[in-house]
Design a protein around this ligand. Structure first.
Ligand code: ADP
Ligand code: MG
Length: 421
């Protein structure tokens, strides 16, 4: 279905109410003159209250696909796009039902479910750490004797490092297991039908690759180094800086590994965000998702003559021309501000000072005052972001660290959190 000349191209954007990604996509669509229909994970009553044209239940994909098809029959759309992880499978299924180009539903599942991903990567011959899945209802004391250490426990379908915990011994494994189980049960999962994935810990330096697939071919848009060590037991992401300072041949190996992973999963079109670890045995895929970078991190990416990542993705989705995919020449970086502890965020100091650090372009505190801060491995939201640009990656990294040193956070103990201990 291609837009006739008489109407603007229309994109159905699938959004969850809590997503960080909405504003950037909506602004890019506005700039491009695209008509946007927001399909939001909301019950009907709230959708009409919020003026959202299409309320969808992401938790009930069969019904949501039906709803989208019914809507699009009356109001044709040229692309269905999920702005983040929450609806990539739904977007693939709806696109398939509507005959729109997209990743296949199976590949969207593979890019979302870490167990299926490991199975397909392994079948495709990619380097994969030893891994196994266990039902949450199993006895962790028994399972702890069946895995090798150090290992990483992780839920199959969460993101942002939620529930990802390293264990170096059987005792740590049992404690980690209980914590992951509590988290998954609190998210509505049943222990006897839900799995936890246990993988060998991959040592090494971590990078993130932002790319876009066109007819199965990967174009690297940006390769980020993650200069802070991610050694566990929890894996809070902090600094991302591009371009990578890794040797060019290693960067090429990372790109090849990501392209192979996309192929193994059957990903064919649209954005990919991959995380890899690099060690003396080469690059290893930690995960590859069929979506763009999360949080507000994309703010520091610019392509061609001032095109943001979301504009590039939208152009790609509706078949508009993209003259130049190359990222600007300057180095750029973002810090996802670490959460200093659990409690109520009572005050944030030093934001203006941080904004004035040379190279820093913006500091955004996204956590709300007087709301609980929940650190990993349970927490699902960011404290905020620092954005910087500079002549080279080292300078950018220093600007981010300097700005972070200007910030201080007052976090008051949260009575409920204390009581839950
Ligand atoms: N097998 C592993 N070995 C070493 N580190 C890992 C492994 N799996 C995950 N991690 C760490 O945990 C982080 C989050 O895991 P990931 O699989 O990317 O889940 P999420 O979808 O929550 O981001 C990774 O970025 C990495 O730092
Ligand atoms: Mg990840």
């Amino acid at each position: 279905m291609v837009a006739s000349d008489s109407r603007a191209r229309r994109v159905l954007l699938l959004l969850s109410p809590a997503t960080y990604r909405a504003a950037a996509f909506l602004e890019a669509a506005r700039k491009l003159g695209l008509e946007v229909v927001q399909g939001m994970d909301l019950p009907d009553a709230l959708a009409s209250q919020w003026n959202v044209p299409l309320g969808l239940d992401f938790g009930n994909p069969d019904a949501a696909v039906e709803r989208i098809v019914e809507y699009a029959t009356r109001t044709p759309v040229d692309a269905v796009l999920s702005v983040d992880d929450s609806a990539t499978i739904l977007a693939a299924r709806a696109s398939s039902a509507l005959g729109l180009p997209h990743n296949s539903p199976d590949s969207a599942v593979a890019a979302r479910d870490k167990g299926v991903m490991r199975d397909l990567l392994s079948a495709g011959g990619a380097p994969v750490p030893h891994y196994d899945r266990f039902f949450l209802s199993e006895d962790p004391a028994v399972v702890s004797g069946r895995v090798a250490y150090p290992c990483v426990l992780k839920p199959l379908r969460l993101s942002g490092s939620r529930g990802v915990i390293r264990a170096d011994s059987a005792a740590e494994f049992v404690a980690a297991w209980k914590r992951v189980r509590r988290l998954l049960v609190s998210e509505g999962n049943q222990p006897d039908t839900s799995h936890v994935l246990v993988e060998e810990f991959i040592p090494g330096f971590e990078v993130a690759l932002e790319g876009i697939l066109t007819d199965g071919k990967l174009r690297v848009l940006a390769l980020f180094d993650k200069p802070d060590p991610l050694a566990g037991p929890f894996f809070e992401e902090t600094i991302y800086v591009t371009p990578s300072r890794l040797p060019l041949e290693v960067q090429d190996a990372v790109a090849r590994c990501t392209a192979e992973a996309a192929r193994a999963l059957g990903l064919w079109t649209g954005p990919v965000h991959a995380e890899l670890r690099v060690n003396d045995r080469g690059p290893w895929i930690v995960e590859i998702a069929g979506r763009s970078i999360g949080g507000l991190c994309s703010m520091i990416l610019q392509f061609g003559t001032g095109m943001c990542l979301e504009e590039l993705i939208l152009r790609h989705a509706v078949g508009m021309e993209i003259e130049d995919y190359s990222r600007e020449a300057r180095a750029a970086g973002v810090m996802m501000i670490p959460i200093p502890g659990a409690g109520m965020l009572a005050a944030v100091h030093g934001v203006e000072e941080a904004k004035h650090v040379p190279g820093v372009e913006d500091v955004q505190i996204t956590a709300r005052l007087h709301q609980p801060l929940v650190p990993l491995p349970e927490g699902a939201s960011y404290l905020g972001f620092i954005f910087a640009r500079g002549d080279d990656p080292m300078t950018v990294e220093e600007s981010l660290r300097e700005a972070h040193r200007c910030l201080s956070f007052e976090v008051r103990p949260h009575i409920q959190l204390l009581a839950a201990r």
